[in-house]
Design a protein around this ligand. Structure first.
Ligand SMILES: C=CC1=C(C)c2cc3[nH]c(cc4nc(cc5[nH]c(cc1n2)c(C)c5CCC(=O)O)C(CCC(=O)O)=C4C)c(C)c3C=C
Ligand SMILES: [Fe+2]
Length: 434
């Protein structure tokens, strides 16, 4: 599977039309989605070149088609709207119809276009809800996923698709420290909409939910602001709500060897239709910000294992200095404490395993019980096998991480992210082919 198509440094955040994005109206004038694609070279990999390196792509548009879905290796945008859906249908044919409709709508929206007429017939509701009219594509990516319950629900082969279930799409199971709210967990389908304009990301989920009416209903949603990871070398490391640089030691899309070993599903997957896909683990992690803010600086740094301002490991001077887990101080103890977050999450003590982190900060008002901020990290991680990777790391963190005093995992989802979509095809198409 070629890795080059979506490993692409789309220009970093250009959130406003003034910054050079193509507006929906201008895209429309440009002759529609096919016209835009033909004129610019944006389009499916089957049709030719469309990649990060394709500088003919209009500013603000991330190509939708490719060997992998966009929104994984794409440089992380600044805003997220995530939706998990429950199905209301009973046959695979109905699911296929929904996925076809969603794909068509996603092709349009990621090209900066509405899903249909905004001002159509006065006697019927508009086809597109309209709030993204005049806004640029804003690097919108729409990434679709399938939950374990799509393939099997309460032991039932609900849609006749059980035999097509990806190998590692088994529930994560209880993990140490979990306090999961079922209302913020699970889902038969998921859609991750990322963009550099929150209204564009919201418009995407809203219109997909509208299109799904009668077939699927939103189970839970999550808004995210301020990416908490870099996924490309073109990006500076952002800070999370604890004030620490987050994403320093993340996998970068440009590291195609690590993407192949840790992110993309390959030949180890018996379900040929799923090769080129990935697995997404989503966790809503509440931060007890008020307690954190009362902790002294040296303790905060010991909890993470890094310097708060520079992001350097406690064993180094600069952000990207190597983390040395063995160096001891004059007291004979390791400089990076035994319970520091970066020690317990390090590949070195996790069988060499890595994950691609792509999370966002969130804040959802006040916790009515305590009067404290309901804020934290909406952790998103892509990987080749969630049990070998996320679960193994989280087992260590859940038991021993010093950070546990300040966080709580309150929501969880696991989704198989199908491979990319060909022009003229639809997401998950291989699921329905023999
Ligand atoms: C199971 C995986 C992980 C969870 C859950 C997780 C939660 C979490 N992390 C931070 C803040 C930081 N994490 C950092 C590094 C880091 N975290 C994980 C995994 C999980 N984090 C990994 C694999 C790594 C990299 C370890 C390494 O190889 O060095 C850092 C340091 C900067 C960086 O490298 O990104 C910070 C800061 C929070 C606040 C949090 C839950 C709320
Ligand atoms: Fe972390």
């Amino acid at each position: 599977m070629a890795d080059d198509q979506h490993d692409r440094p789309a220009a970093e955040a250009s959130p406003s039309p003034a910054a050079g994005g193509l507006t929906r109206r201008r895209a429309l004038l440009g002759g529609g989605i096919l016209g835009v694609a033909a004129a610019t070279g944006v389009g499916g990999y089957a049709a030719g070149k469309a990649s990060a390196d394709d500088h003919t792509a209009p500013a603000g548009i991330v190509p939708f088609h490719g060997p992998h879905q966009a929104g994984i290796a794409t440089p992380a945008q600044d805003r997220l709207v995530f939706g998990a859906f429950d199905l209301q249908i009973e046959t695979a044919a109905e699911l296929r119809e929904l996925l076809r409709e969603w794909t068509r709508a996603a092709e349009l929206m990621t090209a900066g276009r509405p899903t249909g007429t905004v001002a159509g017939h006065p006697e019927v509701p508009p086809e597109d809800t309209g709030e993204a009219e005049g806004l640029p594509a804003a690097q919108l990516t729409i990434t679709f996923g399938f939950g374990p319950s799509l393939f099997e629900l309460d032991g039932r082969d609900r849609l006749g698709l059980r035999a097509k279930r990806p190998r590692a799409l088994r529930p994560l199971g209880p993990l140490p420290g979990d306090e999961l709210d079922p209302a913020r967990s699970g889902g038969d389908l998921c859609v991750q909409a990322c963009a550099n304009d929150p209204q564009v990301a919201f418009h995407a989920i809203r219109n997909l939910a509208r299109i799904a009416r009668g077939s699927a209903v939103l189970r839970w949603t999550q808004l995210g602001f301020g990416r908490t990871s870099s996924t490309s070398r073109s990006q500076a490391t952002p800070r999370n709500l604890m004030g620490f640089k987050d994403g320093t030691n993340n996998i970068r899309a440009e590291d195609t060897d690590k993407m192949r070993r840790f992110v993309w599903v390959g030949r180890e997957e018996p379900q040929a239709w799923f090769r080129g896909g990935s697995y997404l683990v989503a966790r809503r992690i509440r931060m007890f910000i008020e307690s954190w803010d009362r902790d002294r600086l040296s303790d905060q740094e010991a909890v993470i294992g890094r310097d708060k301002v520079s992001g350097a490991p406690l064993t180094g001077e600069r952000e990207f200095d190597e983390v040395d887990l063995d160096i001891k101080g004059s007291d004979g103890l390791t400089v990076i404490p035994p319970d520091a977050h970066i020690r317990l999450a390090a590949p070195k003590i996790n069988d060499g395993q890595s994950i691609l982190r792509r999370g966002y900060s969130f804040t959802d008002g006040i916790d009515a019980r305590t009067g404290q901020l309901d804020a934290g990290l909406f952790f998103l991680a892509y990987q080749q096998d969630p049990h070998r990777q996320f679960v193994a790391i989280q087992r260590k963190l859940g038991v021993g991480d010093a950070l546990n005093e300040y966080i709580k995992h309150v929501g969880s989802g696991l989704f198989a992210i199908p491979p990319g979509i060909r022009r003229g095809g639809y997401v998950g198409q291989g699921l329905f082919e023999r």
